[in-house]
Design a protein around this ligand. Structure first.
Ligand SMILES: C[S@@+](CC[C@H](N)C(=O)[O-])C[C@H]1O[C@@H](n2cnc3c(N)ncnc32)[C@H](O)[C@@H]1O
Length: 274
């Protein structure tokens, strides 16, 4: 199978998630009254193995990192829509009974199969990674996670896909299917009010907001609409040309979780970032 080639920003993302997942599993394993069951969910999971564009070497993916964390998570849910990737995950985890692999669209599988197994009232908790290549995540998943109180999420907010395909200078030219992809992630059409100023620019188009403005509006939405009480300022992930590919968000019902992630984000923020 052809492995994904990853840039430096993906290696940084993997490291951030590994650091927090390690702290999370340690804290949750130590909790006794009540004793909690804690799970790791990887919704756009990948195959578990990548190749670094820089060094040409193999790099462990997010699922492999999670499986190696000690103290361990009590169960793992990995979802990938790609047949070969799901098969590679199955092979790598053969014999591990607490690993559940779904070859499916995660927007459905999370809501119908996985989230129902992580109920707050059953003393279950989960860290969930939502890491699509682009605009492929459904707001319903985010809103459900926010309402459950048992789930914390890392979320890839794909601003480069938005800029290329939806947030054009002239919004009137954007194809309907691209608008629909944006609505699906945002949950409604209110992104238009954030992305475009009603004042016209010199060229007769509405003035377009910058990436940070759009990301901060989404941070507000995660809090006020999805109901996550704690959402640190996201970290922009940039390519070698310093263009922002996506923002990595974290959202949690717990203040201490947001504090830990803010400290990790700050270690990787570049000068000039928010
Ligand atoms: C950015 S990669 C994931 C990388 C992985 N999280 C890591 O860091 O090692 C995105 C993955 O999502 C999968 N994918 C795309 N659309 C999907 C969907 N609707 N449901 C589940 N998986 C999907 C792709 O096959 C791909 O493996």
């Amino acid at each position: 199978m052809k492995l994904d080639e990853i840039g430096n920003w993906t290696e940084v993302k993997l490291e951030i998630i590994r650091e927090y997942a390690t702290a999370y599993s340690k804290i949750l394993s130590a909790q006794m009254r009540p004793k909690l069951h804690h799970f790791y969910i990887d919704a756009f999971s990948g195959s578990g193995l990548h190749i670094s564009k820089i060094s040409g070497k193999f790099v462990a993916g997010s699922t492999s990192n999670a499986l190696d964390i000690t103290p361990p998570f009590q169960g793992f849910f990995f979802i990938d829509i790609d047949k070969d990737k799901a098969q590679m995950l199955r092979k790598a985890t053969e014999g591990r009974e607490n690993v559940h692999i779904y070859e499916a669209d995660c927007n459905t599988a999370l809501l119908t199969e996985v989230f129902p197994k992580v109920q707050y009232e059953d003393y279950c908790r989960a860290l969930c990674l939502l890491d699509p290549y682009g605009l492929h995540l459904d707001w319903e998943v985010i809103a459900k996670a926010g309402s459950m109180r048992s789930i914390e999420i890392f979320l890839n907010f794909p601003v480069m896909d938005m800029n290329r395909n939806v947030l054009w200078k002239n919004p009137e030219n954007v194809p309907a299917d691209q608008i629909s992809r944006m609505n699906t992630l945002w949950g409604d059409e209110s992104w238009r009010d954030v992305a475009y100023d009603t004042r016209e620019s010199l060229f007769g188009y509405p003035v377009k907001a910058d990436n940070d403005t759009i990301a901060l509006a989404f941070q507000k939405r995660l809090k006020e609409v999805a109901g996550f009480q704690h959402v640190p300022i996201p970290i922009p992930m940039r390519n070698s040309k310093e263009a922002t590919i996506y923002y990595l968000f974290f959202a949690s019902p717990k203040p201490v979780a947001a504090d830990i992630v803010s400290q990790i984000f700050d270690k990787y923020r570049k000068p000039g970032d928010q």
